[in-house]
Structure formats: C-alpha cells, structure tokens
Ligand binder design. Structure first.
Ligand SMILES: C[S@@+](CC[C@H](N)C(=O)[O-])C[C@H]1O[C@@H](n2cnc3c(N)ncnc32)[C@H](O)[C@@H]1O
Length: 305
C-alpha cells in the first residue's frame, strides 16, 4: 500500500503547545509513544543536536512511513512495553515522553481498517494487524453481558443493554461481518437526529476493546515515572473523557481511582506536578483548520520525586 507523506498521513494536533511542553534541550532523550505520521517526532527531532527520539507505533503503516531520520529510533511495538524497550536501548532516564492518543487520520480514512462509521468495510479496527482480536470477533462471539459492559464503559452509552440485546438477536440469524451490517443490527437503538454520535460512540467502544487502549495507557503512565528523569516532562494529548480522566488522575494523584495517602502536611505524595493548572485545548483557528483537533485535551506534568 502507498504510504502518504506526513502531512496527509496525519495533521498533528496541538503541535507547538505539546512540543513546547517537553521543554526540549538539544542533547536530550525523548520518547514519542505514538509516532503516527511523525508530526510530533519530527518537530522534536528538529530541535535536537546530539539528542535522540525513540518513537513507538504498533501499526506497521506508521513504522514504514518513517523516512530514516538518524535522530529517530523507531520501535514497532505497543507502548505498554515502554520501560522494557528503553532498558534494551540503554536510554533510561529520558528527558520527556509525549503521547498523542487514539487513531491517526491514516487509520481512520483507510476504509479497509474498519474504524470509520462512514465507510462500508470489514469489522476490523486493529491498530496492530498481527493481533487476533477484531471488532468482528467481539460482536459475533462476546456474550450479551460482555457486550453491554463494553458499550456502557467504553462508549458511555446509556442504552448499552438494548444495543447488546440487538446485536445478539441479529447474529442469531446472520453473522455481523461489516461496518454497515453492524449499523443495521443496532439501528433500532439510535436516537433520531443523533445517529452519527451514537454510531461513533459504539465504534469507539469496540475500538477501545480491540486494542485494549485503556490498558496500554495505564501501563505506560505507570512506567513513565520509572523512566523519566527528575524534572523530565510527561505530555499527553487525549481525545475522550475516558482517556483524559486516567491522565488527569494519574498526574494529580499518582493513581487512576480513589484518593492516595497524604503526607504529614496534608499533601498528596505523587511523582508528578502539573505544569498548567488548566487543561490546554486547541485554538478555534486550529479546529477550523483541522476538525479532528476539536476534542483534544493536552496535559503537561513534570516528574518531581
Ligand atoms: C493520533 S496518532 C499520532 C499522530 C502523530 N502524533 C502525528 O502527529 O503524526 C496515534 C498513533 O498512535 C498509535 N498507537 C495507539 N495506541 C498505541 C499503543 N498502545 N502502542 C503503540 N502505538 C499506538 C496508532 O497506531 C497511531 O498511529
């Protein structure tokens, strides 16, 4: 398949704000855990003299898109193995980690990948084409309870039980092979005039399950404090509330749920401090230029202990 150049592969979101957030110095070691079209990686590399960027992506298309920049080391793996790979490359401790979560425009616009509600395609949704689980397997093989759980927790759909029931009823007659067949199976669960949002949430839920997106994110966040220098930066761009909640809680409380223990002075003893009190969002001008930036939220933190 023809791989596009960086700009058409994916338009980077909050590029300046996020790269500035890394506080780059020319000899530093940085990690971009979501290479995609390389927008952020290349911007980091431009600011380095003797430094290096380690770039992860679990999608072979992204890895093949890298043009051989000597300052970039590509790692074709899930970023949940961040610490292991950095150990292997003897790169610990690093000066900064950047993550631009979710799928790239290349993945989304490539109809055959099955991510988009707009194109008829096989129900796939794998970022890494070597994993066994696909969206087709989930809708045809998961129990009604498990489907309900996914739509409720990952799609935040109030009628998750109705959707799960509709899928199970449909598949008693026919297996669900394509994006359009899935939409037909659950058409009775949509709310008029909100169909687009409804299907987008259903697809998001399946995508999160297929790629265990929240599991990878948690693993990477937990490892970030072990691989960053004191003073090193953690920069995360997220695109929905499930991701952002994990990032926000981890940065402010050092854990994903509940309240951590306080020290003698009543403060949380956590590895990070937030650099900006308010979450950073794209300007209106950026959203006008790139509609996919509209839900982006940027959080920047510094390792303090
Ligand atoms: C939003 S895109 C990144 C775009 C990139 N910042 C740019 O400007 O071109 C997200 C990328 O992260 C990759 N990705 C998502 N989850 C991953 C994971 N757990 N491990 C490795 N790569 C992942 C996807 O395959 C996708 O290419």
């Amino acid at each position: 398949m023809m791989i596009n150049n960086s700009n058409t592969y994916h338009e980077p979101v909050l590029l300046q704000e996020s790269v500035d957030g890394l506080n780059i110095h020319a000899a530093g070691i940085y990690v971009d855990v979501t290479y995609g079209g390389g927008g952020h990686t290349n911007e980091i590399a431009k600011q380095l003299k003797t430094g290096k960027v380690y770039a992860f992506d679990r999608d072979v298309d992204a890895v093949e898109n890298e043009v051989g920049n000597k300052k970039v080391e590509m790692i074709h793996h899930d970023y949940r193995y961040l610490k292991n790979f950095l150990k292997y490359y003897k790169a610990i401790p690093v000066d900064g980690i950047l993550a631009d979560l979710g799928v790239s425009s290349h993945q989304f616009d490539n109809a055959e990948r099955g991510f988009s509600i707009r194109s008829e395609a096989d129900l796939d949704m794998r970022m890494d084409k070597d994993i066994a689980l696909t969206a087709k397997k989930i809708v045809n093989e998961y129990s009604e309870e498990k489907l309900q759980d996914i739509f409720y927790h990952y799609g935040e759909l109030f009628n998750a039980s109705k959707i799960a029931r509709a899928i199970v009823a449909y598949r008693e007659e026919n297996s669900i092979e394509t994006t359009e067949e899935l939409k037909r199976a659950i058409a009775s669960c949509t709310i008029k005039s909100k169909e687009h949002q409804f299907y987008a949430q259903v697809f998001q839920a399946l995508r999160i399950e297929v790629n265990d997106e929240l599991g990878s994110l948690k693993e990477m966040l937990l490892q970030s404090k072990d691989v960053l220098k004191i003073g090193g930066r953690l920069v995360i761009i997220s695109y929905h509330s499930l991701e952002d909640r994990l990032v926000k809680n981890y940065i402010s409380k050092g854990q994903f749920e509940g309240e951590p223990e306080k020290d003698l002075y009543g403060n949380y003893s956590v590895p990070f401090k937030t650099i900006h009190k308010k979450v950073i969002v794209p300007s209106e001008e950026e959203i006008k230029r790139n509609n996919r930036a509209r839900s982006a939220k940027l959080r920047i933190a510094e390792r303090v202990v």
